[in-house]
Design a protein around this ligand. Structure first.
Ligand code: 13P
Ligand code: SF4
Length: 320
């Protein structure tokens, strides 16, 4: 008869402390971590710089790091690569795309543009490098009005790809622009009806919204701006309660900046979490760590496209 022996195998690997592992890799690679506000809170907490699309591009244009780890979506990391051809640009998940960028395919846009040969093309930064390469000036939600206001009044303009931001800029500037009919799946999900119901429940709350939202939502907003502009606004406003009509990732920074204020995410039409950007949320802290450890996945693009896309981005940086 054999004695029953129970073997207990001690785990050979201990769970990784991603926060300290990422800090060590940052030193080793001389890397900078740039993150958008729509990233998971723990990614925001490891970032060296958090910002809106303009702020992130400005940081990418001036960094002296050897490696840029971009915690955002593909067009953002691609913009960083366009500005830094000799640096390694890492994106934690290469599938982190953007519905707005996808809504403007290059072939269809080339045919559209050909119908308006005398028009200047201003494209929102949420587009692919191919669309940037077909554009004269890039803009973001924080400088679109400023840039359009600098164009001579007799110069006709195509604005692409976001019809909602385009319509908002037309209202703000009085310029008659031709709009490409693209949109963001996240910002078009907010329900006007549910926002109005929330306003009845919280009469003291101000509605603040991103200009990618539809007009039906924007007309209820007391303040409209880019993610950074919204974050700055809640800090300086005398109000204590806000209904936030943009991706709720930004609320992490709002709570940190104004811990005594209340932030209510604007609800989507259905009982889903579709006000969270499914593209942005593909990135995780683990994938960010692995990207740094493996020095991949890397964002690359053909040099001819990069050079053509660089010009309108540089114009934007000069005009901002
Ligand atoms: P900003 O951060 O520039 O306001 O843009 C929001 C957005 O949708 C990014 O994809
Ligand atoms: Fe694109 Fe909209 Fe997601 Fe921004 S929130 S990355 S515009 S899908």
């Amino acid at each position: 008869m054999f004695a029953t022996t129970l073997f207990y195998q001690k785990p050979t690997t201990s769970p990784i402390d991603y926060f300290s592992a990422i800090a060590a890799l940052k030193q080793e690679l001389n890397a900078v971590i740039l993150a958008h506000y729509y990233q998971d809170p723990d990614i925001q907490d490891v970032a060296d710089y958090l910002g809106d699309s303009l702020g992130l591009s400005q940081q990418a244009a001036t960094t002296d790091a050897d490696v840029i780890v971009f915690a955002g979506v593909h067009f953002m990391a691609e913009t960083a690569k366009i500005l830094n051809p000799d640096k390694l640009v890492l994106l934690p998940d290469l599938n982190a795309g953007c519905s707005l960028a996808d809504s403007c395919p290059p072939d269809a846009f080339a045919a559209f543009k050909a119908q308006y040969p005398n028009h200047l093309v201003i494209s929102y930064i949420n587009c692919t490098a191919e669309i940037k390469a077909m554009s004269d000036i890039i803009c973001t939600s924080s400088n679109a009005v400023k840039i359009v206001n600098q164009i001579p009044p007799d110069q006709p303009i195509i604005f692409a790809p976001d019809r909602n931001l385009g319509r908002y800029v037309i209202e703000q500037t009085g310029r008659d622009m031709v709009l490409w009919q693209g949109s963001c799946m996240v910002h078009e999900t907010f329900s006007e009806k549910k926002i109005v119901q929330l306003q009845i429940q919280h009469p003291e709350a101000e509605v603040i919204a991103h200009p990618e939202c539809e007009d039906a939502v924007l007309r209820h907003a007391q303040y409209i701006g880019s993610t950074t502009a919204l974050l700055n606004y809640v800090q300086r406003s005398a109000q204590h309660s806000f209904i936030v009509a943009t991706e709720p990732g930004i609320i992490h920074q709002m709570q940190k900046a104004a811990p005594n204020k209340q932030f209510i995410p604007a609800p989507p039409m259905n009982q889903c979490a579709c006000n969270e950007c499914p593209h942005m949320r593909l990135n995780t802290l683990e994938k960010l760590y692995l990207a740094m450890k493996n020095r991949a996945p890397e964002v690359t693009l053909p040099e001819s496209t990069r050079l053509a896309a660089l010009k309108p981005i540089q114009r934007m940086l000069e005009m901002s």
